[in-house]
Write a protein that binds this ligand. Sequence first.
Ligand code: CAA
Length: 260
Amino acid sequence: METKNILFEITDGIALVTVNRPESLNALNSQVLGELECTLYEIEHDSEAQVVIITGAGEKAFVAGADIKEMAAMTAYEGHRFALQGQRVMLFIEKMTKPVIAAVNGYALGGGLELALACDIIYASENARVGFPEVTLGIIPGFGGTQNLSRLIGPNKARELVFSGRMIPAQKALAWGIVNEVFPRAELAGKVMDLAREIAKNGLLGVGYAKNAIVNGLNMVKEDGFRYESSLFGVLFATEDQKEGMGAFVEKRKAVFKGK
Ligand code: CAA
C-alpha cells in the first residue's frame, strides 16, 4: 500500500516505521492514523518482520500529538470517532504478536506519548520531552493515555502529568518509569536497533507469547493471569522452537528459531 505520511522498510527482520510529517512535527491526523494502522497490519502479517520500531521523522519530534488543526473544527460526534480511531491503532499495537519498540527522538506529546505508551518498550533521546498538554486545549488524552499512563506509573504521577499539562524532560520520564532508557540523540537509533536485533534472535514465537501474557495479564486478576501464563507456557511445548531451543542447550550450540 502507498502511504504518504508513513515510511516503512524491513531489513533483516526489523520493520522500521517512521511517522513522516516533519513540517507538522509528525502530528497524527485521521489520514496518518489510517496509514499507520494499514502499515502495522501489513507488518503483522509479513512473516519477514520479527520486531517493529516506530519513530518520527526530522530532528525535533517523535510525534507532537494528535493534529490540533484538524481537531479544532470537530463536532462531539467527530471527536468521539477520532478518539476511537486512535484507540484502535493503539490497541492494535498491543495485540500485535510482534514486539514494538518506540524510538522517541524528540517531543512525544498527547497522542504522540499515547503512541509511545502503546509500544512494548520505549527508548528515548536526551532531547525528548513528554507530556499530555490536552487540558491546555480544553480536552483530555483520547488515544488511551489516561488508561495506559496510570497503569504504567500509577494514578498519582499520571494525575500530576495530565492535570498540569506540563512537559517533562527525558531524564525525568526515565525516573518516573515512563521510558526504559535514555541515550544521546546521535546514539538512539543504534541502541534501538541493537535491542531489536537482540530480541529478533530469540524467535518470534516465544517473544510473541511473552508479550501476549504480559499485555493480556495486565487486564486480569493475578490468579487468572497465572492460569493464562501456564496455558501459553504449555502450548509452546507443542512447537518446533521449544524443541530447537532446549535441544540446542543440551547439545551446547546456538539455537536457530523458525517461529513455529
Ligand atoms: N497538531 C498540529 N500541528 C502541530 C502540532 C499538533 N499537535 N504540533 C506542532 N504542530 C505544527 C505547528 O502548528 C507548526 O506549524 P506551522 O509552521 O504551520 O505553524 C509546526 O508544527 C512546528 O511547530 P512549532 O512552530 O509550534 O514548533 P516549536 O518548536 O515552536 O514548538 C511544540 C514545539 C512545543 C511541540 C509545539 O508545536 C506544541 O506545543 N505543539 C502542540 C503539542 C500538543 O498540544 N499536543 C497535544 C495535542 S492534543 C492530543 O494529542 C489529543 C489526544 O490525546 C488524542
